[in-house]
Design a protein around this ligand. Structure first.
Ligand code: SPD
Length: 343
């Protein structure tokens, strides 16, 4: 029995679940998850009724024989596993950020946008603060549909915040807000990651933050650009990586790249970020996940898409690997693990 199957069994021993709830209870990638569910269905271990998935009698017997117990939730109810709670100044930042985020441009599939909830955005900044990567630091963001730059600016703690962003709507939104609030330390410019990093931005920053695409060529490109922006030993980087659209084999390649770049991974916070992806639209637009699921899944009833938060720290001068072939089309965003991304 593989890990995903085991995770599905014990979740269903505790309670019946929707397709979307089950995704949150396992840590396989989506292509694997849908395959396992289909096999379990074909073997008569699970059944689906009124949008809920149940263990059959045969399934219950197999789970017992395997020595499994119903899943007991153990995630901290106060911080929801994020390891930080938003208190004091960070609570105020969250409240102000929520107001601003209500006016944000809607996410579009063209750049595989899909933003994290406001709590996740501000929690990122709280983690940066805890690690000493925020106060009086120069911070570099490459792509900012989550508006993390704004949450950082709201703390008033960073020295300089630079955003490079490909989407004109976001460039205008962030720029207009910075002008309106008089945040002279926040600047944003249009930039496509396929272009070389402007020389004047190289070696100028203490901390970077990205939530990159998850194809291997794509994430390698994002990381290379970011590493080049940093000052050197002791500089830090943060990024989100899912287990949903990135298999462990892909994780291995990414972590190897990080080490080759002269960084260590100091933290990985599991399921730290929760995404507010479209619900009706996700089913009607026929994302690969919907096409590959057995039957047609119902409209999502929860925020099912999460990612893990990585912190990196340079142990020497950041090394930028030779860029391989730079993806020019949709292959920047899409590969055969990208089940929640439109081809
Ligand atoms: N593909 C679905 C929307 C994804 C938003 N980006 C998530 C990247 C996490 N690193």
């Amino acid at each position: 029995m593989n890990r995903t199957q085991k995770q599905i069994f014990r979740a269903l021993m505790a309670k019946s679940s929707t397709f979307w709830q089950l995704i949150r209870e396992q840590d396989g990638h989506l292509a694997h998850f849908t395959r396992v569910l289909e096999e379990m269905m074909a073997q008569g271990l699970i059944r689906c009724e009124d949008n809920y998935i149940y263990l059959t009698d045969k399934g219950k017997k197999v789970a017992d024989e395997q020595g499994l117990f119903p899943l007991q939730p153990l995630t901290c109810p106060t911080c929801a596993g994020k390891t930080v709670t938003l208190q004091g100044r960070f609570f105020q930042v969250l409240e102000e950020f929520k107001d601003i985020a209500r006016q944000r441009p809607p996410a579009i599939a063209e750049f595989d946008q899909g933003y994290v909830d406001t709590m996740s955005t501000v929690a990122r900044v709280a983690i940066m603060y805890e690690r000493g990567d925020l106060e009086n630091q120069d911070i570099f963001l490459l792509g900012d549909d989550d508006l993390t730059s704004i949450a950082i600016a709201l703390t008033g703690m960073a020295r300089r915040i630079t955003v490079l962003e490909v989407d004109d709507r976001l460039v205008e939104f962030i720029d207009a807000l910075a002008r309106q609030r008089g945040w002279t330390n926040l600047s944003v410019q249009k930039y496509d990651v396929r272009q070389p990093l402007p020389r004047e931005l190289q070696g100028q920053y203490d901390t970077f933050l990205i939530d990159p695409v998850e194809t291997l060529p794509g994430i390698s490109l994002f990381l290379s650009r970011c590493v080049l922006s940093l000052r050197g030993k002791g500089s830090a980087g943060y990024f989100g990586l899912t287990h949903l659209e990135a298999s462990r084999d892909k994780w291995y390649a990414i972590q190897k790249l990080i080490l080759e770049m002269n960084f260590v991974i100091t933290d990985i916070i599991h399921d730290f970020q929760e995404y507010e992806l479209e619900r009706e639209g996700f089913v009607t637009k026929n994302y690969p996940l919907v096409n590959q699921a057995f039957g047609r899944p119902p409209v999502p009833d929860i925020n099912w898409y999460t990612s893990n938060f990585f912190r990196l720290e340079a142990v020497g001068k950041p090394r930028v690997p030779e860029n391989g072939k730079i993806p020019v089309g949709r292959e920047l965003y899409f590969d055969d693990e990208a089940y929640a991304t439109l081809p």
